[in-house]
Design a protein around this ligand. Structure first.
Ligand SMILES: Nc1ncnc2c1ncn2[C@@H]1O[C@H](COP(=O)(O)OP(=O)(O)OP(=O)(O)O)[C@@H](O)[C@H]1O
Length: 619
């Protein structure tokens, strides 16, 4: 099965080809420039532009791809520079050879910041990253026995022929820039990169789909700091004198942010373009602003510029111009509003995995929940809750609003930790397993309020839960490989095959529900938890989802449904558990449950007569 491709125009004039030509031309011009001109001013400007581009591209990996906005990334420039300087001063290493060690030291330091990133997100992380920069500056200032503190540290002067001037620095940083952009491209095209983008859009959801988010983030932090640290080593050698105030400067962090936002955060070339556009301005301010207030004026200027960009060019030059071009050329995926979805195919995509957990002992339920408890402050949302789910069944979990159904799902999939009780899947305790491992143990779920990754395409959404998903799966070509084809098959199974290249955030609520369902199915779960699959969608879509559930069940998937739509529950489920105040008050087949006095009482209090006429309605 082929993944549909977006029309990118005639081959000879396609934007992709135009972009490749422009890049090749720019790299050639930059590579030849020092050979045809010995203008030191422009060479210096290019060196500084390369430096900023490397830093902005590195920043883009953790902040653009992964969504952890860091104000501390310039600390890695300083760490790389100081490591390089100390190695060259004390061990006599050539600074250009010591610079990669500076990069590795920065990557190691980034892991420390990453440890904080395991627990902190959003604005709190921005503040922590800024504190990290300040901490690094203070450490270097005060550790004078090693760093010479505020007196500064002098590096050896270049040993090469004076006629070569700055050419070795120029090429060292140009090569580093090319490598950084290449690494950035390879990451973006890998399953690892898709995982980072998923973390950016919804980290806890990515976790629930089997992405090892902690490990991914740590790797992203290290990958982001490595090139910046190497660049720091080269830059330190270039300026030959290091001072903490200059090397750990918040103004550099601002420039990185500004370059990335100007070009386009999260894009491959945006940070590079932004750096090249910003550098002339940096040079201008260096020449015109001097004196003790120069730093403050620069901050005011960069801050204002950032505000202007965020207001008038929020997605940056690259993304805005791409959107404009595709509107003009009509290459955006065609709007499909109101288009009828394709029928659900008669058969499921062929399974690609062996059963994730062992065969069940005879008589053993697939899911056994025993004495589960969860309290939020004084509210006992789930209280000594016990039930089982038979393999091959479609089991309903119903109950009045606030009875704890969603909390039970959250405890099952590991989104919440239980206060007490045990959960066994196929005879194996899973309640102490991390969330991603539960997803890989055969458990998948959908959410009451649908959660897709809005800035990923439908197909990329389905690449996130790929089973081979691990850092070992770091490779390019996710869009054309076997995984993309399987993802496409699942999209087609739910009727969304024609939408593979649409951004999930631009699809309708019902379509997003189907994408989320397909996403869960890519995991090939043994137990599928559906939280209100029929809520907020039209009857035709309810019928489609019912059809899908029946087909999945016929193929061997066990399903647990939380739903208020009673006709759906009664027609689809072969067994029902009723929750009230966090515990199971009744269990049985649908015909028994709909007449159970305890159930009627839980839903409607004493007004049981009214209930007699409502079994066909939503509860
Ligand atoms: N994160 C939370 N913090 C505090 N209280 C919570 C939290 N999540 C759930 N609760 C409380 O736990 C109880 C059970 O909520 P839950 O969402 O599990 O019920 P539900 O049966 O799924 O309800 P509904 O049918 O309305 O979706 C409610 O009283 C709710 O307010």
């Amino acid at each position: 099965m082929n993944v549909p491709r977006v029309n990118t125009g005639t081959a000879w004039a396609s934007p992709r080809r135009f972009q490749a030509l422009a890049i090749a031309l720019a790299v050639t011009v930059l590579a030849l420039f020092p050979l045809v001109s010995d203008n030191a001013y422009y060479q210096n400007m290019a060196i500084m532009a390369f430096l900023l581009a490397v830093m902005a591209s590195g920043w883009n990996i953790i902040s653009g791809y992964t969504g952890y906005i860091s104000l501390g990334q310039s600390a890695f420039l300083g760490i790389g520079a100081y490591t390089t300087a100390l190695l060259s001063i004390h061990l006599g290493w050539s600074p250009l050879l010591a610079a990669p060690v500076g990069g590795l030291t920065s990557a190691a330091a980034a892991l420390l910041l990453g440890l904080v990133g395991r627990r902190t997100r959003g604005i709190a992380f921005v503040i922590v990253s800024f504190a990290f920069l300040e901490f690094a500056a203070l450490l270097v200032s005060n550790w004078s026995s090693v760093t010479k503190g505020n007196h500064g540290l002098a590096l050896p002067l270049p040993s090469w022929d004076r006629d070569l001037l700055n050419i070795p620095f120029y090429y060292a940083l140009l090569v580093l820039l090319v490598l950084t952009v290449w690494a950035s491209w390879a990451i973006r095209r890998s399953t690892f990169g898709i995982g980072l983008l998923a973390i950016r859009d919804d980290e806890s959801k990515a976790d629930g789909l089997g992405v090892r988010t902690d490990r991914y983030k740590m790797l992203a932090f290290a990958a982001s700091a490595l090139p910046i640290g190497i660049a720091g080593g080269v830059y330190g050698y270039y300026i030959s004198f290091l001072e903490p105030a200059a090397m750990f400067d918040i103004v550099i962090a601002m420039q990185i942010l500004l370059a990335a936002h100007l070009g386009g955060v999260g894009t491959l070339w945006g940070p590079v373009l932004g750096a090249f556009l910003l550098e002339p301005l940096n040079q201008f301010t260096n020449q015109t602003l001097s004196g003790p207030d120069a730093g403050s004026w620069r901050m005011i200027m960069y801050g204002t510029l950032l505000a202007v960009i965020v207001l008038f060019l929020p997605r940056g030059i690259i993304t805005e111009s791409r959107a404009w071009l595709s509107r003009r050329r009509g290459t955006a995926p065609a709007a499909r509003a109101g288009v009828r979805l394709a029928d659900v195919p008669a058969t499921l995509p062929a399974p690609s995995l062996p059963r994730p957990v062992g065969e069940l002992p005879p008589g053993e339920p697939l899911l056994r929940v025993t004495g589960l408890g969860k309290a939020f402050g004084g509210v006992k949302a789930v209280d000594d809750c016990s039930f089982t789910v038979r393999e091959g069944s479609v089991t309903g979990l119903i109950g009045p609003n606030g009875s704890g159904k969603t909390t039970v799902f959250n405890l099952l999939d590991g989104g919440l930790g239980a206060d007490s009780g045990a959960i066994e899947l196929a005879g194996r305790r899973i309640d102490r397993l991390p969330r991603w491992r539960r997803a890989h143990s055969g458990l998948a779920r959908t959410f009451q309020a649908t959660r897709v990754f809005p800035r990923l395409t439908a197909l990329e959404n389905l690449a996130v839960p790929s089973r081979s998903y691990s850092t070992r799966g770091l490779r390019a070509g996710v869009f054309t490989g076997e995984e993309a084809e399987r993802a496409q098959e699942w999209l087609e199974f739910v009727g969304m095959g024609a939408y593979s290249h649409h951004l999930a955030g631009e699809l309708s609520y019902g379509q997003q529900k189907l994408i989320e369902l397909a996403q869960a199915l890519v995991l090939e779960p043994r137990l599928l938890l559906l939280d209100e699959p029929a809520a907020g969608i039209n009857p035709a879509l309810v019928e489609r989802i019912t059809d899908i559930v029946r087909k999945l069940n016929a193929a061997g998937t066990t399903v647990v449904i939380v739903e208020h739509n009673m006709p759906l529950v009664l027609s689809l489920c072969d067994h029902i558990h009723v929750l009230a105040q966090g515990r199971v008050i009744a269990s049985g087949p649908p015909h028994q449950i709909e007449r159970d006095p305890a159930v009627l009482d839980a839903y409607l209090g004493d007004n049981q007569a009214a209930m007699a006429g409502t079994t066909g309605a939503n509860l």
